[in-house]
Ligand binder design. Structure first.
Ligand SMILES: [Zn+2]
Length: 292
């Protein structure tokens, strides 16, 4: 099933729900960063959560989500756009941790304790950052807490990444359900009960449900109205040789000279997508004359 995003309302507009399949996005991230299974699950949840969060914004722009825990995975950094582009990395992609007592990957321990920062940068506007303490390090619960505490929107975030026995990404996806102002206690309670009673996102999908069926299942008896669906979401990086050259132009002259003299060139790896850019001695000499 191709990646897609569905935006919907339910309960006469008092509930907003955004659901996403992100299997190809997470698979691409795992391939690029050569992640271990637990790193794939953590990075996959973060990529999915950040892109969902971007999709729920009213204005166009980008957001950067930083999960800064003290666990062995280190930092997880995601850059997601309202245009459907997402990219991201985990600091230590080769992290291995034993599975927990439920036989699942222990993302919470791998991420650890720490903070979740989200920086919004909207087009034609200023940027701002909101921060909360990580609730569990499982990413989904952390985003739920973030939305409740920082954005004052009662929400539920479900994120799932299923790894096949051979290590490949079987399925990835998630959803954000939020209560709009005016939704009373009765709707909140019905929704809460419904969310508490459903299986996990990946269990529902593996049980044969498509994205729309999962959305209906989570929203229980509420009538769901689909507002928009789009398949234009992907792992896409914004780096280019020109951008990297631009950044290298700001390096001190001595540093460029050292690269020429000792390394006879330079190789720069993009954090976000792991693409490598090679620069020859003549390339660097040209940079020296530009920056001189
Ligand atoms: Zn890149």
């Amino acid at each position: 099933m191709p990646d897609e995003i569905i935006k919907s309302i339910a309960g006469g507009g008092l509930i907003r729900a955004t659901a996403m399949m992100s299997t190809a996005i997470v698979d691409e991230a795992a391939r690029r960063h050569q992640t271990t299974p637990v790193a794939t699950v953590a990075l996959g949840r973060a990529l999915t959560g950040a892109l969902l969060l971007a999709a729920t914004q009213q204005k166009s722009g980008r957001l950067t989500m930083r999960v800064l825990g003290d666990g062995p995975l280190g930092a997880i950094v995601i850059d997601a756009g309202t245009d459907g582009d997402v990219r991201g990395y985990v600091q230590f992609p080769d992290t291995e941790v034993p599975v927990n007592e439920h036989g699942t990957f222990d993302v919470g321990t791998s991420v650890g304790r720490g903070m979740l920062h989200v920086t919004y940068a909207f087009d034609y506007g200023t940027s701002y950052t909101s921060t909360v303490e990580l609730a569990s390090g499982e990413i989904g619960g952390d985003l739920t807490r973030f939305l409740a505490v920082s954005e004052q929107v009662p929400s539920a975030v479900m994120l799932g990444v299923y790894i096949e026995p051979d290590g490949s990404v079987g399925v990835a996806g998630g959803l954000i359900v939020s209560l709009m102002p005016g939704a009373g206690d009765e709707i909140a309670e019905r929704l809460e009960n419904s969310i508490a009673s459903v299986a996990t996102f990946t269990e529902m999908w593996r049980g044969g449900m498509n994205l729309e069926a999962i959305l209906n299942e989570v929203l229980g008896g509420f009538a769901v109205e689909i507002l928009e669906r789009s398949a234009d979401i992907a792992f896409r990086c914004r780096c280019s040789r020109e951008r990297i050259l631009g950044a290298m132009q700001t390096l001190p002259q001595e540093e460029l000279q050292t690269m020429i003299r000792e390394d006879h060139g330079a190789e720069v790896t993009c954090h976000f997508c792991a693409d490598k850019y090679k620069f020859s001695e003549p390339d660097l000499e040209e940079l020296l004359t530009i920056s001189a």
